[in-house]
Design a protein around this ligand. Structure first.
Ligand SMILES: Cc1cc2nc3c(=O)[nH]c(=O)nc-3n(C[C@H](O)[C@H](O)[C@H](O)COP(=O)(O)O)c2cc1C
Length: 391
């Protein structure tokens, strides 16, 4: 259990960081001393900061002859230091006082303004993200792809049925397609432990020695990765989520601007695309919204080009209802064509996505009635219960 730090502990932490921010490179000859009398709840916390012979140090207590003394409520000074409040405005409003020359105060933020931007970050900034977006030409054709089949029921489930047609199309386009069935009992992908070792020791392998390591290497080598999965609780099945989390190892522990957002630079910048093929139980495509958003965000943060979200709501219904064989054939054909398109053009056309996700005129009322009957029979509710092809 983490206890909240006391004001004194927090101020000690503040001054420890402050002296680290002394910009020796810019101000190598600067020498001076600052006294801070910071008050809270009737208590005064006195700290002094000195810069002498290129070293900045802090100490609790009172400096005998500071160049500048700052007297401020703790919260005001921390807000000014944290950039949440203008130091000038707070000073003019009389929220804190100084003894000494105003010039010394102005210098303060520069002297202690060292930027902790590693060289590599200054070089790349957003650059590697931009670099890793495929150009239109690169996007046109894939000769290799990796499919992560994420259903807990493996390739024999409903997702597997739809995926099979999609992969057939991908292969038909002449591409080399590897399918990794995550459900295999001999493939272990444990959840990320959040130890940050991969961040703290640059390039260190994951502490978890399981199949996640080689699968992620395979993912990193693939110009196109397709995640095929059933919707579970509006999200991805746990093993897929574990695999997404474990790809944290691909990121570096720095923060760079990315459009209007912030993200991490990639450890191995590359040009790659990602597509999602998802199947769900409910008949409405709206249920996919959180999942699609999740994968779009994952693609954005991992610097993938998000190539397509291929969605089949009510996937089980179309497979199980004998009256739906016609639409099911159309869906299967559209999936094959979509697989071909994705490999050849790096995109799936809107018409095909519609054909794959369409309701084929089945009303929700009929859909519910039929589905209820299916589950009633399946759970032994009627003598005429049948076996089903997909168990
Ligand atoms: C644990 C679990 C959670 C599910 N959550 C949802 C859900 O949130 N929304 C939905 O429409 N279907 C949900 N489903 C239904 C599956 O997405 C659907 O049955 C799918 O066709 C299963 O594919 P599979 O045979 O490849 O496993 C869930 C199924 C399971 C087993």
């Amino acid at each position: 259990m983490h206890e909240m730090l006391s004001t004194r502990e927090n101020l000690t932490r503040y001054f420890r960081y402050l002296v680290l921010k002394y910009d020796r490179d810019k101000y190598p000859r600067f020498e001076g001393s600052y006294q801070f009398n910071l008050t809270e709840g009737g208590l005064c916390h006195a700290y002094s900061v000195t810069v002498f012979r290129g070293e900045a140090q802090f100490a609790e207590g009172v400096h005998p002859c500071p160049d500048l003394t700052i007297e401020s409520p703790v919260d005001v000074w921390l807000a000014v230091s944290g950039g949440r409040r203008s130091g000038t405005v707070a000073y003019l409003l009389g929220l804190y006082r100084i003894r000494g020359r105003l010039r010394e105060l102005r210098k303060f933020s520069q002297i202690f303004g060292k930027k902790f931007t590693p060289l590599v970050m200054r070089e790349s900034e957003e650059g590697d993200h931009r670099r890793s977006k495929p150009t239109a030409a690169e996007r046109r054709r894939f000769t290799r792809a990796l499919v992560i089949a994420g259903s807990s029921r493996g390739l024999k489930g409903y997702t597997g049925f739809y995926l099979d047609h999609f992969v057939r199309g991908m292969r038909d386009a002449g591409g080399e397609v590897e399918v990794i069935d995550l459900s295999r009992s001999d493939l272990a992908v444990a959840p990320c432990r959040g130890c940050f070792r991969c961040w703290l020791r640059d390039g260190a392998p994951c502490v978890i020695e399981d199949d996640g390591g080689w699968i992620i290497r395979r993912i990193n080598e693939s110009p196109l990765v397709v995640y095929a999965l059933p919707l579970y609780a509006d999200s991805a099945p746990a093993k897929v989520k574990a695999l997404l989390d474990r790809q944290f190892i691909n990121l570096r522990p720095f923060f760079v601007p990315a459009g209007r957002l912030t993200r991490h630079p990639l450890r191995h910048p590359a040009t790659r695309s990602l597509a999602l093929l998802a199947v769900c139980g409910f008949p409405e495509a709206e249920h996919f919204a959180p999942l699609v958003q999740q994968f779009k965000d994952f693609a954005h943060n991992g610097c993938y080009d998000f190539a397509a979200a291929i969605l089949r709501p009510g996937g089980q219904y179309f497979y199980e209802d004998p009256t739906c064989i016609g639409p099911l054939r159309k869906i299967a054909a559209a999936l094959e064509e979509a697989g071909r398109e994705l490999m050849l053009r790096g995109r799936v056309s809107r018409g095909l996505l519609k054909a794959i996700a369409g309701d084929y005129g089945i009303s929700r009322v009929v859909w519910r009635e039929q589905s209820n009957m299916y589950w009633y029979l399946k759970s032994g509710g009627g003598k005429e219960a049948e076996g089903h092809a997909v168990e």
